[in-house]
Design a binder for this molecule. Structure first.
Ligand code: ADP
Length: 387
């Protein structure tokens, strides 16, 4: 949209020159505004101080899409209400108001996701009237402000969704725990014959049901731990431990899961000593073993290697589907599961690797992956040795 230069007021032209050096500061301020404003009204309040500086106004107000006042600056409540009433009446949005041919108030639309809001800047008794340059500047600024306000809303919404997810994890996992304990208890009684003899067919069904309830229990356990971690309640109970022994225990605990694979274990003959939380360390190794089994065909090899050369290490290698390079960094994000034909029938929560890496890092260690699609993957857990 062009504005003939003859319409530019001399004040505006002088203003251009005066404001030139401020451009960089302005850009930085806008960036900070976007990054550090916790909510929409703080953002709007801060945005107004730049709006007045930008066009040389005095008072200013931002009216939200629902007609409420989001922020006001250097205006009496009566003035604010008068402007808001005018805007609500729909008489002024998007246009500059004039009195005696002079523009003393700029009104610019804010195209917000929730609807149309507006920003109003008022000239003071001693400031010059606004010209076309100011109108243009304020319009451009209004675009940034609209985008910023929407972004603050979006960030707040994402934060509240994240919180809801954690709360859901917390409630769901605790609610599932009780019934699952009862189910597993009765299934075990059925399996050992405490509730009477079972036919061979029933026995095999019960066996399968126990395996399935173990899978659910494992997912519930991950959900409980994930909720603890999110809420900052996951406190490690570190003890002097032997990583070889803990890895053996984790393998023992996963024997059902690993029964259809060929397992090989390579470990030193002496202990690998490290200060770790034994339960959490086993949980990480069990997660790696369970993934190795889930994401590789039955009958293939799963190799576990424990070592203590300078650093405590447990590496789990499978000959499974592998992970594409672009997906490898995403794996360690909460709830991320790689959706492919090969994984669609595999159950899981997408919490295991995220949780495992967080636990590794809480030990001042790490969890990393090397993988070739179609060939297999190696996940390596490292923790510092005892000093
Ligand atoms: P899940 O409960 O889905 O197994 P994880 O956080 O443990 O959650 O793993 C995240 C995703 O990483 C999995 O859904 C899977 O796509 C991929 N993944 C994990 N381990 C392996 C592996 N050993 N081989 C191939 N893909 C794997």
């Amino acid at each position: 949209m062009g504005h003939p230069s003859s319409l530019r007021s001399s004040d505006a032209r002088r203003g251009d020159r005066l404001r030139e050096p401020e451009e960089g500061t302005f850009r930085n301020a806008l960036h900070d505004l976007l990054l550090y404003s916790p909510d929409r009204s703080t953002f709007a309040q801060r945005a107004l101080s730049w709006a007045t500086r930008l066009v040389g106004g005095v008072g200013a107000v931002i009216i939200d899409a629902d007609g409420s006042i989001l922020a006001a600056r250097e205006m009496t409540p009566e003035q604010v209400e008068a402007v808001a009433a005018e805007v609500r009446a729909g008489s002024a949005a998007g246009r500059a108001r004039t009195s005696n041919q002079q523009v003393t108030r700029l009104i610019t639309s804010l195209h917000l996701q929730q609807g149309e809001g507006c920003m109003v800047v008022q000239a003071g008794p001693f400031t010059p009237a606004f010209g076309d340059d100011e109108i243009l500047r304020l319009r451009q600024y209004a675009n940034s402000i609209s985008a910023g306000l929407d972004r603050v809303s979006l960030s707040a919404r994402i934060a509240s969704l994240e919180k809801a997810k954690t709360e859901f994890l917390n409630v769901a996992s605790h609610e599932l725990r009780g019934p699952m304990t009862v189910i597993k208890g009765y299934l075990t009684m059925l399996e050992v014959g405490s509730l009477g003899d079972l036919s061979a067919q029933s026995s095999s069904v019960v066996h399968l049901l126990i395996q399935k309830s173990d899978e659910v229990n494992w997912m519930v356990e991950q959900m409980v731990e994930a909720a603890r971690l999110e809420e900052g309640r996951l406190a490690l109970k570190k003890l002097p431990s032997d990583l070889v022994e803990l890895t053996d225990l984790a393998i023992e605990g996963s024997s059902q899961l690993l029964s259809k694979h060929q397992l090989s274990v390579e470990k030193p003959s002496s202990a690998v000593e490290a200060e770790v939380d034994p339960e959490r360390f086993q949980m990480v190794v069990r997660n790696l073993l369970s993934n190795a089994a889930k994401y590789s065909p039955n009958g293939t090899r799963i190799k576990v290697r424990v070592s203590g050369d300078g650093i405590g290490m447990v590496a789990v290698t499978d000959e499974g589907i592998g992970i594409a390079e672009e997906d490898q960094a995403r794996l360690f994000t909460r709830f991320v599961r790689i959706e492919t034909k090969a994984t669609e029938s595999v159950s899981g929560t997408g919490l295991g690797l995220w949780l495992s890496r967080e636990i590794a890092r809480m030990h001042d260690g790490d969890l990393t992956v090397e993988s070739t699609p179609g060939r297999g993957s190696t996940f390596t857990l490292r923790v510092p040795l005892s000093t």
